[in-house]
Design a protein around this ligand. Structure first.
Ligand code: ASC
Length: 150
């Protein structure tokens, strides 16, 4: 299992450095894919945030269902930041392609924190959910601050 996970991570790292054609029909498809993933992830993350911030009543089952989706979506965007999407990307700072190791640290951090978010949701304790939501939100923000133009 450990081997399978590291093999997958190694494959992801290689894909990130390569062209979109490794997985997508064309660079524009990769961009649409990663934006769609981020959009869906934000919807489900936002539903957890609404509970964490007391805007909607805490519902442990809904929190778990949304956290499962966030944790799954968090694994998906990275190969879609393929090198040949750079010249089509108007929303990304060029630093992303100049420092792939740093970008991968951010990606790994989101996968880690969203995994913790799911574990926290499963404790069915609102306090755990709040803390893990905050930690995950900080990992979203630090990557956006580093690489997203706005
Ligand atoms: C969201 C969303 C983001 C992050 C970020 C966290 O729900 O759309 O980009 O959380 O705001 O700081």
């Amino acid at each position: 299992m450990k081997f399978a996970v590291s093999a997958l991570l190694a494959a992801a790292a290689v894909t990130l450095a390569g062209p979109a054609s490794a997985q997508f029909a064309k660079p524009e498809t990769a961009i649409k894919y990663r934006q769609s993933v981020m959009f869906v992830m934000a919807q489900h993350f936002g539903r957890i945030g609404a509970m964490a911030n007391g805007k909607v009543p805490y519902d442990a089952k809904a929190a778990i269902a949304n956290a499962e989706l966030v944790a799954t979506m968090a694994k998906l965007p990275w190969p879609a930041f393929a090198t040949d999407t750079e010249k089509h990307s108007h929303e990304v700072k060029p630093a992303l392609w100049k420092e792939p190791a740093k970008f991968k640290e951010h990606a790994d951090k989101l996968e880690e924190t969203s995994g913790k978010l799911l574990a926290a949701a499963k404790t069915e304790k609102l306090e755990d959910l709040k803390a893990a939501f905050g930690e995950t939100a900080r990992s979203c923000k630090s990557c956006h601050d580093a690489y997203r133009k706005d």
